[in-house]
Design a protein around this ligand. Sequence first.
Ligand SMILES: Nc1ncnc2c1ncn2[C@@H]1O[C@H](COP(=O)(O)OP(=O)(O)OP(=O)(O)O)[C@@H](O)[C@H]1O
Ligand SMILES: [Mg+2]
Length: 358
Amino acid sequence: MGAEVVVEGLTKSFGNQAIWRDVTLTLPPGEVSVMLGPSGTGKSVFLKSMIGLLKPDRGRCVINGVDIVTCSEAKLYEVRKLFGVLFQDGALFGSMNLYDNVAFPLREHTRKSEAEIKRIVLDKLELTGLQGAERKLPGEISGGMRKRAGLARALVLDPEIILCDEPDSGLDPVRTAYLSQLLIDLNAQIDATILIVTHNINLARTVPDNLGMLFRKELVMFGPREVLLTSDEPVVAQFLNGRRLGPIGMSEEKDAAQIAQEEAHAAAGHSDGSSEEDLRGVVPQLEPTPGLPERMAVRRRKDRVMQILHSLPPAAQQGIIESLTHDELLRYGLTAPRPRPAEVDDTQEIPAWPGGRP
Ligand SMILES: Nc1ncnc2c1ncn2[C@@H]1O[C@H](COP(=O)(O)OP(=O)(O)OP(=O)(O)O)[C@@H](O)[C@H]1O
Ligand SMILES: [Mg+2]
């Protein structure tokens, strides 16, 4: 199972430019999480801070008991081996062909023979749909192929934690759908802890177990997918619907007067050009391709989320309960067992809502 990542009070600035402050979240082991946020809110900086490439001003980021903010260089080097990272720009070496790019971490960090390296590299290239492209240079392939090569390289060391910075940017909608499925399949196969930064609403709605959002130099929310997917928080709702109407502006956040003016404009029946359909709500999560193992994180997550169910907003509680099967409802004590027919005439299930009906 992948490692847990515990982030506490993490704060980062460059000179006098504050990027985000007091970010606290836990990536549960083996679960898939997505971080959303408008451009420039520091998502890439957050990923880089998690692997110690950037040094936060304050706070902790603890992996397997090691706080990578304060640990020694030697420890950091060890911890980094747990990570597979897909950087936003792919970060491939331009002068190396795809095979050598993907083989690089193996040659750098392991003592594997070239025969073993070949087996692993070809396996990862096939997994990411790049078989046959081994001899191509990064400059000779499409942006989408470069992304996938970056992902193949992130996977060669069997990472316990995978960080993907906008794996879908530059991909067409069909490839993005394949990529979403690939991430879920990967999680089913290796049970790694995965954090994905993305602007893709569809990926955010269908892939992760947990969703978070950075905005206004803060982590606005982080929690089970159902919480953000049903949220009334204006920033979250605006982002998940891809609307202009809301607190997020083109270059920065809008001021209160501008928001009020736009709301009045919309209330008067003017469209902002985006779809009128409200995309909020819990949609089914992607499942692994038939034939692959089940995602072990699913059961673990259910147990985890059911423990905190009472603390979640009513709409999220409802979304979670509605996604449970009859057996699961029984297991979590949410449905009275069907009474034996001899005793009663009515075999209706009686849901018992914890903490009052949502
Ligand atoms: N090494 C650095 N030195 C100084 N400032 C930096 C550095 N890296 C990032 N920044 C600044 O930090 C802010 C956040 O950048 P970051 O790349 O994390 O945004 P992002 O949320 O990933 O945006 P996008 O969605 O466009 O990728 C930006 O204002 C950027 O200029
Ligand atoms: Mg970025």
